[in-house]
Ligand binder design. Structure first.
Ligand code: PHE
Length: 488
């Protein structure tokens, strides 16, 4: 608005002699006009010359009297029109400063008779001081005497007013050309790039603050683990199916159908769709047989295996369900050794507490090759965990339905000063691998651990609910640093 007014005025007039008057006449705020002048001057649309004027502004006291009246008038009005008032009485009616100044000024003006009793000497008075103050406030000029009287009473102080006089500049145009910020396809096609004025780069401008993009600690640690697996030559398994059939999650892993983990107290079963649509029938047959009566040198479990149990859909309880699918797929081709890993979510129907959630992330690694031994497993675990910064390991015999032997992995935690359990591992059983059709001398070593545990240790979080779920403090996610694995 002010910009149009200034450029428009200069189209027909030589100059704007005083930006203050220019603003006042048009009802603009002078500060806005000054900003526009500075900007137009910068682009040389106009030439602006500083002008300065000494003006007067009201002090705090001056503003008070401009609103409430001068002390002498306030005092005069407090004295009754007829008769008199005692000085003490009068003092009580007024503010102490107003009383003090009022007495001396009203006395000087011969408005009142001052003694023990105070009475009026004139009928009416005019508040000249208030009028003058209002004039100063409204920017009107006062005479020298008027100024010096207000100044003497410290009701006004001088202030330098700054403004501009303005003429056309070398780039004058009645309307500002908007400088282009981008060279567009249209500019090139139409050829108007020749006339366009481009905005200059401002290398000092600050970039926009990044609004989001804070990685969750679990994602940061996952990335580092992924890198470790990749450096060790492992391939990532596709884990994008949270829903799995009991068959792949349990049966294929030689986990008997009466196993407590297959109870709804431990596993989330799906209501809809409650069963899987298809399973590889000939393989299902071999799995059924190995559960019921064994084979491959095993006695099996000796129970009646039920297809309905295997069909039940669930939220996978471990990523080993994916490993079983991947190994079965490997068995279908001429054998080639493989190293696989995955890091993804699993679900367990557990009571939630400081260390347990009903869903968490599992890190899983496996190596599949001919002639692998427990020594290979121990070696790979040492390699893997030392890359996480855990080089002191111990193993404890354990039990998994699908591995034999099985080992719990412990690592010495320097900070805690004790051995802590960090994972579970083992060699997949022949009852799992042979029905898949893998060659007899192919062995699979595997291990699993949670992603939450190392993340909590790295980030010093002692309640898992502070790390994952609806109670997470987003501020913590924004502030948390990168904590490097291996540097503990
Ligand atoms: N699936 C096991 C678990 O849920 C981890 C594991 C993976 C154990 C591979 C042995 C071999 O704890």
């Amino acid at each position: 608005m002010a910009e149009e007014a200034i450029l428009g005025y200069l189209e027909k007039n030589e100059q704007i002699s005083d930006s203050g008057n220019f603003a006042a006449e048009r009802g603009f705020d002078h500060n806005d006009v000054v900003n526009v002048i500075k900007s137009l001057h910068g682009f040389r649309y106009i030439d602006a010359q500083d002008i300065k004027r000494e003006t007067w502004v009201l002090t705090g006291e001056g503003k008070k009297y401009a609103a409430e009246g001068s002390p002498e008038v306030q005092l005069f009005l407090a004295v009754p029109a007829e008769g008199s008032i005692s000085k003490d009485e009068l003092q009580k009616k007024l503010d102490p400063a107003v009383f003090k100044i009022g007495c001396s000024q009203a006395g000087k003006n011969k408005w009142v008779e001052m003694g023990k009793q105070v009475s009026r000497k004139v009928q009416n008075v005019e508040d000249k001081v208030k009028d003058l103050l209002l004039q100063v406030q409204n920017g009107h000029a006062l005479s020298k005497e008027e100024i010096s009287s207000l100044k003497a009473r410290k009701l006004i102080v001088p202030q330098t007013w700054k403004g501009y006089s303005v003429r056309k500049g070398p780039n004058y145009a009645p309307k500002r050309k908007k400088a282009a910020t981008d060279l567009t396809r249209e500019n090139l096609q139409k050829g108007d790039w020749k006339e366009l004025e481009f905005k200059e780069y401002n290398f000092n401008a600050k970039g926009q603050p990044a609004e989001g993009g804070h990685l969750h600690p679990l994602l940061k640690v996952r990335k580092q683990l992924k890198d470790i697996f990749l450096q060790m030559g492992f391939e990532e398994m596709p884990t994008n199916n949270f829903v799995e059939s009991s068959f792949w999650n349990f049966d294929a892993l030689f986990q008997p159908q009466q196993h407590p983990a297959r109870d709804s107290h431990d596993t989330f079963f799906l209501e809809e769709p409650s069963t899987t649509r298809e399973l590889p029938e000939d393989y299902v047959e071999r799995v059924k047989r190995v559960h019921e009566s064994g084979g491959y040198g095993s006695r099996g479990y000796g129970y009646e295996w039920k297809r309905e149990e295997a069909n039940k859909n669930l939220l996978r309880t471990h990523t080993t369900a994916v490993s079983s699918r991947m190994l079965k797929a490997l068995a279908e081709k001429p054998f080639a050794p493989k190293k696989y890993f995955s890091i993804d979510r699993v679900f367990r129907n557990e009571a939630v507490d400081r260390t347990h959630l009903a869903e968490f992330h599992q890190i899983e690694g496996l190596v599949c090759d001919r002639g692998l031994t427990l020594g290979d497993l121990i070696g790979v675990l040492h390699d893997f965990f030392s890359r996480l910064g855990m080089s002191k390991l111990r193993f404890k015999p354990a039990y998994n339905p699908y591995t034999e032997p099985s080992m719990e992995i412990f690592s010495y935690h320097e900070g805690f000063g004790k051995w802590v359990e960090v994972g579970n591992s083992g060699m997949f059983r022949p009852e799992m691998l042979l029905p898949m059709g893998l060659p007899e001398d192919v062995h699979v070593i595997a291990w699993g651990l949670s992603l939450e545990r190392p993340t909590m240790i790295l980030y010093g979080i002692d309640n898992i609910r502070d790390l994952f779920g609806h109670k997470v403090d987003l501020g913590l996610i924004k502030r948390n640093p990168i904590c490097r694995l291996g540097i503990s």
